[in-house]
Design a protein around this ligand. Sequence first.
Ligand code: FES
Length: 338
Amino acid sequence: MHNTAAIVFRDGITRFVKVDNDELLMDAARRHGVNLPVDCREGVCATCRCLRESGEVEVEYIDEEALTEEEIAKGHVLACQTRLRSTHASFYFDVDSSICSVATELHDGIVSAVEPVSDGAAILEITLDDPARALPYLPGQYARIEVPGTNEWRAYSFATAAVREGKLRFLIRLLPSGVMSDYLRDRARVGDAISLEGPLGAFYLREVQRPLLMVAGGTGLSAFLGMLEELVEKGECTQPIRLCYGVTQEQDLSELDRLAAFAEALPDFVFEPIVMNASAAWQGKRGVVCDLFDRDFLSQPFDAYLCGPPPMIEASRQWLEEREVGEHRLFFEKFVSS
Ligand code: FES
């Protein structure tokens, strides 16, 4: 019997390791070729400290010199003293993966579908060549994909909670001109060989213990599609979730049916789109994502997840900083479409 631990490094590189029931996290990682920083191995020096971000654990010993009460209350643990007590758990190590001898993983596959989902975006579906070689990831993370026929790589968030039957999906913005956009619009054929590297990124869904604010700009929605799918599949989330979804023109709105299905399936999930440069025919809200922020909702403690272009992230952070909102954690992923 074993459980699975996601080990996330400061540079966003993530490894998944199987941990036997009585095995220490540190030993399981080493068995998988991940050499976590360790020194005393006795719970004293705190060299192996990390933050438990989800899952249940049993911690054998923590010396009072190693972690403060406050740090323990926030979820800090010591990898040399920690055993898993749930099927899945994730841990954040505030060190770069390179010091733990972790290499990035390459996967090969084929293009199995390209589906336009709006005027300005498409879903790219990739089927991995070797379904037995799993590509586990945390919803919200991304992969780098090599544009077929080029040596160019581009980064995209996973749009599903996990690999299903060897398939992965990504929501990708179609620019008037761009190396991936040109490929998807003009040359992509089912069966094209395609490579990807991942998972990457420290933007992923932590254990949901309080209300969530999700803020998506354009195809930043992709990360939230994966997160919401996971919450539906787990069926445990009772916290309220508000998704503010901003686009430039209404033709850019994507996957609204899927969002509506999430709203049906989750106990308290509300999403609202807003369009910056809407046509006269647009019946919904006009403006930027911050115009959707609900002060009543944000007066309670919450976690905020932001994914989209840098100006949107900065405007949202500034809005939250300048208002009297509840205590919150902020996670964000900035991306520039290219
Ligand atoms: Fe010293 Fe874990 S290695 S506390």
